[in-house]
Design a protein around this ligand. Structure first.
Ligand code: ADP
Ligand code: MG
Length: 282
């Protein structure tokens, strides 16, 4: 911080952050049930400020349930969740969320979708246009702003949804499977834009993915979720170092902790197969 910067004006390009000693997110012993049947058990997870943390696991592991519970969309059977040291309902303004399912309206333009969210977040009229334009630019959608979203590719829709979720400049962003169903080029582009967002706003991010190589390539901390339990947690390097004298891939680490389960998990096998095929042609 420069000494000359004595009366900063918050802007899209330079968000002022009050230093916080509490982590962005702390989950203690969280258990979540649907109709009394637990699907998450005793989850402990810390997301430090400024980090990109990934939850990996196959379909049905409980990734979406974990995010929804943290966001107060599902009740906790037991445990505690704190966001910057306080309960969620006191910290909503600090949070952004991109759900796994589609959250943009195909019959509206990209700009119109963003305008709806800008109004939902109660952004003052005077800053709406500038904030929307800055995010269209950041997410590489400026040229498509006036097109209807139903003409967008899957990757463009995801980038638009990310833009929607950060209009109020949240400090902590939740992305549920941001690249699921996208082809490799679109996935790469979504990742480039997520990293751009982090550089620009220092946003702390918790995301879920079932692509191991994405967790390995982008996340500073990875929690492996298996049948509703966090079975391993650490940096990709730490997780790999914990097996085979450090020669394991993250896939192998996952297989080790998930045991026989992955043999019967269609989604995981599909992902592996796709990746094997990609290596063959690449
Ligand atoms: N609304 C619901 N009612 C009952 N069970 C659910 C519901 N949503 C998810 N589940 C179950 O909870 C488990 C975790 O699901 P989910 O959190 O969606 O996993 P993931 O996001 O990792 O694919 C699965 O067994 C799923 O079938
Ligand atoms: Mg899910």
């Amino acid at each position: 911080m420069h000494a000359t910067n004595s009366s900063p004006t918050p802007s899209a390009a330079a968000v002022q952050r009050e230093p916080s000693t509490a982590p962005a997110l702390e989950i203690h012993d969280m258990t979540v049930a649907y109709h009394r049947k637990p699907v998450l058990w005793d989850v402990d997870l810390v997301v430090p400020e400024g980090k990109l943390v990934g939850i990996v696991g196959p379909n049905g592991a409980g990734k979406t349930t974990l995010i929804k519970a943290v966001l107060g969309l599902l009740p906790l059977a037991s445990g505690k969740v704190e966001i910057y040291g306080k309960p969620y309902n006191e910290q909503r303004h600090l949070i952004g969320y991109v759900p796994q399912l589609l959250s943009a309206d195909g019959a509206l333009t990209g700009y119109e979708n963003l305008l709806i969210f800008a109004k939902l977040y109660d952004l003052p009229r005077a800053v709406r246009r500038q904030r929307i334009d800055a995010l269209l630019d950041l997410m590489g959608l400026q040229n498509a702003a006036q097109q209807m979203v139903k003409t967008y590719s899957g990757g463009m829709i995801r980038r638009l949804e990310i833009a929607q979720s950060v209009l109020h400049q949240p400090r902590l962003l939740f992305l549920d499977e941001p690249t699921v169903g996208l082809d490799p080029i679109a996935r790469k582009s979504v990742w480039e834009h997520i990293q751009r967002l982090r550089r620009e706003f220092s946003t702390t991010i918790l995301l879920t993915t079932h692509y191991m190589e994405e967790a390995e390539g982008h996340c500073q901390r990875v929690a492996i979720l298996h049948r509703g339990k966090v079975v391993a947690i650490g940096s990709p390097a730490q997780l790999k170092a914990s097996l085979n004298g450090g020669t394991a891939t993250l896939d192998q680490v996952f297989a080790h902790y998930a045991g026989a389960e992955i043999e019967t998990s269609g989604s995981y096998i599909e992902v592996s197969r796709t990746r094997t095929d990609a290596r063959r042609v690449g």
